[in-house]
Design a protein around this ligand. Sequence first.
Ligand code: MN
Length: 313
Amino acid sequence: MSELFKNLENKSILITGHINPDGDALGAALAFKIILNELDYDADVCFDIKENLPSNLNHLPLDLITREPKEHYDKVYVFDCGNPQRLGKLESLSHSATEVVVVDHHIDPSFGDIQIIDPTAASTTQVLFREIKKFNYQISQDVANCLMTGLITDTGRFQYSNTDSEVFNIAAELMNSGAELTKISENIYGSISFNAMKLQSEIIKRIELFTDHSLVFSYVLQEDYNTYNIEESEVDFLIDSIRLVKESNIALLLKEQPDKSFKGSLRSRNNIDVQLIASIFGGGGHKAASGFSTTYDMKDVIDQVKKAIESQL
Ligand SMILES: [Mn+2]
């Protein structure tokens, strides 16, 4: 039996993940919630969600998310988050819990009484899938859709270098359990609002290429959200447009925040490790995809990123 399902009797249980959860954090947490319910255990799912969740994830059973957590939980399950600060307002609940279980694919989680970690796994839902397979459990369509969502988003539709044969084997098993691949992919990647499309054209107009560093760059300003009448949570896909530039291997997108600081997204498609670059700004992530927050101005960030690329050449 997996560690995941031990010590559940008469425990109050919270399931959570990183602040502003993505498809992997939501998919893993919601899949686990459904499984616990099917096994007759009650559990709350709650995240620190600063804005609305992106509408391209609304194929997930988001109605299972509790808005306000209770004051205390005996057991806290954390998905796709290796650092308690990344839990945002739920961090204190992880400190007061008797037991914290971290399921993740980031390197070196800094907390968790029980850690079920594989930094080589493509997604947290992949790590969770392996645990589920350790006992005789029939994966329902709802669970399959949640797990598939994490697998699709964290592999960039089975294209990133983290996509190996195990990923396809899991995807195949999830299809056998009824996962709706087309519906999920269409919602995540095939439905951009008209306003988001117009904002995208603006971001693409601003694009810059730094040939010496094989770096492509663009940015979003706060005023853009007003001009195009769109929420920040709806433009997560922009980095995926920027990174398409053939002449670059590294992509950087900066998004201005209300306090004039920036959130940065980095992507790499060669051996440059963008997790290392993000860590200069106190951020993190993976070798091929990472993020950070900074109060440096745009020019300084670009200079720092260039230097960090040079140091890896
Ligand atoms: Mn993930």
